[in-house]
Design a protein around this ligand. Structure first.
Ligand code: PMP
Length: 322
């Protein structure tokens, strides 16, 4: 789908997958004016196909677009485009459990040819699909974490809450640092004080306390408002847990695990759904993984059961496409 100020959104079409031809002066290549989404379609046992909370992705893309001075794509056009692709794409690959999901990547970018710094007057929105398969190749295992003290992901007033390439570009060196220390993911602290846990390179975080209460870092404009994150708040509350969104200090993590006050830690996102968090390594030393993963696995199961149609969709999250 293309956009210009004169025509608005126009020229929606489905074409065979293939390379794009871009002029070397295409704006996005120089100033990174773009935004994207990540979501999945799930095939149920009866063969029907469902999207998980697509309106939440569409609304997040509207918020990201506002921050990136991109035009707003109406929610129904976003969902319509995703549905149209899901109906024709056949690249469903089973995961470890034999279940099939399809990863979808809607994205919007500045496609005008010019070298000046101003919002693009030509914007392109596309959706591509990719087989999802298994996120964890050898089965689910805890993600090991590296705490970066050199890099932050987003400052207040910045783009941290937007799903835009620049955030990921700036996190690549930190992710590289994590890999060099043998860790799966990087943990980012807030940019102002370097004290509060924000999120991982591509996942939000949860801390489970001995009394069953759960804490997740608050959304204050610097972390991505994960759709899995908000779904888990509802699910966990529905299971009777007290869930608080607040600032969470890195020292509270270390002390909580050492004293046994924190009994589980998990991370969540569209790709991995829910995953137990393992060891936290940093220049200051290592904090062990909490011993339990009991609630983590129950929440994970509850969510994937809804996604694959094995449990009642009591929250109205699934939208049937086929
Ligand atoms: N934080 C970041 C930085 C991410 O890239 C993602 C993945 N989109 C998440 C959190 C989790 O968000 P969601 O649950 O919407 O996938």
């Amino acid at each position: 789908v293309e956009w210009t100020p004169e025509q608005g959104w126009h020229d929606a079409r489905i074409t065979p997958y293939g390379p794009l031809t871009l002029d070397p002066a295409t704006a996005v290549l120089h100033y990174a004016q773009e935004t994207f989404e990540g979501m999945k379609a799930y095939r149920h046992a009866d063969g029907s196909v469902h999207l998980f909370r697509p309106e939440a992705n569409a609304e997040r893309m509207v918020r990201s677009s506002q921050r990136l001075a991109l035009p707003e794509l109406p929610v129904e056009d976003f969902i319509g485009a995703v549905e149209a692709l899901v109906k024709v794409d056949e690249r469903w690959v089973p995961d470890n459990a034999g279940e099939k999901s399809l990863y979808l990547r809607p994205f919007m970018f500045a496609s005008e040819r010019f070298l000046g710094v101003r919002p693009s007057q030509h914007v392109t929105f596309m959706v591509i699909a990719s087989p999802a398969g298994s996120y964890f190749k050898g089965g689910l295992k805890p993600v090991s974490l590296w705490l970066t003290e050199e890099y932050t992901r987003a400052a207040r007033g910045g783009m941290g809450a937007a799903k835009t390439g620049g955030n990921y570009a700036s996190s690549l060196v930190a992710q590289q640092e994590a890999s060099q220390h043998g860790c799966d993911q990087v943990v980012f602290l807030d940019a102002q004080e370097g004290r509060y846990v924000e999120e991982l390179g591509g996942m939000n975080m949860y801390f489970v306390f001995r009394d069953g209460s759960i804490v997740t870092p608050a959304i204050e404009g610097t972390i991505l408002e994960g759709i899995t994150r908000s779904s888990i708040i509802e699910l966990a509350r529905g299971m009777g847990h007290d869930v608080t969104e607040r600032r969470f200090e890195i020292d509270e993590w270390r002390r909580g695990v050492e004293s046994g006050e924190i009994v589980e830690i998990f991370a969540c996102g569209t790709a991995a759904v829910v995953s137990p968090v393992g060891e936290l390594r940093s220049a200051a030393g290592t904090t062990a993984a909490p011993a339990s993963t009991e609630l983590t696995m129950r929440i994970r199961q509850a969510l994937v059961d809804v996604q694959f149609g094995r449990a009642d969709d009591t929250y109205g999250w699934m939208r049937r496409v086929v």
